[in-house]
Design a protein around this ligand. Sequence first.
Ligand code: DX5
Ligand code: ZN
Length: 221
Amino acid sequence: MTTPKVLIAPSLLAADFSQLANEIRRAEEAGADWLHLDIMDGHFVDNISFGPAVVATVRKLTQLPLDVHFMIEHADHYLPRFLEAGANSITVHVEPEAKHDVPKTLGAIRAAGCGVGLTLNPATPFEAVAPFLTTIDLLLIMTVHPGFGGQAFRPEMMEKVKRAKAWRDANGGQLHIEIDGGINAETARLSIENGANILVAGTSIFRTKDYAAAIRALRGG
Ligand code: DX5
Ligand code: ZN
């Protein structure tokens, strides 16, 4: 059974946008594996972040893979703009409130040669994503209700992580299991123990002084 390498994906949402280039360089030098970009439309979630123009700007500033997390309605409509902007993986929500045809959107991401991700809110049961596991590269398990950084981790989401790991172990070991929300050294350890291998973290990296120390701590010191 393969144990995938743990990857750290700092979430730019918590970065200082007046210093974007500097923040990205510091995250990169500190050992970030991917960058996580949160796209919020004020409809699917109660907040608005940034769009494809910012993703394209980030693309020019780094070679790191750009992990784009859609928290928007009508993902299918906006998808081409984010592909064009240089996303390496795009993760969409499974809830009906996201107002898209989930298998069709996943197929369109795949057809573009981009990494295919699917995610679910804390209130959404694992059964909602189960039918799609063979068609995705990455399952993102939200450990907070999406919309804002700096919220408290919900440990009860580890049940979903365990189920995803059991599925991965039984199906060739390729699925990435990513977690997002309230990830710090302690909750990272718990998540890794349960099977997560990609850790998204905003506050616990960008709101500290030493990004390298923060990333080391997330990996387990
Ligand atoms: C929440 C976003 C997260 C957020 C995480 O809606 O999906 O990616 O940036 O922030 P922290 O790590 O501060 O919980
Ligand atoms: Zn996110």
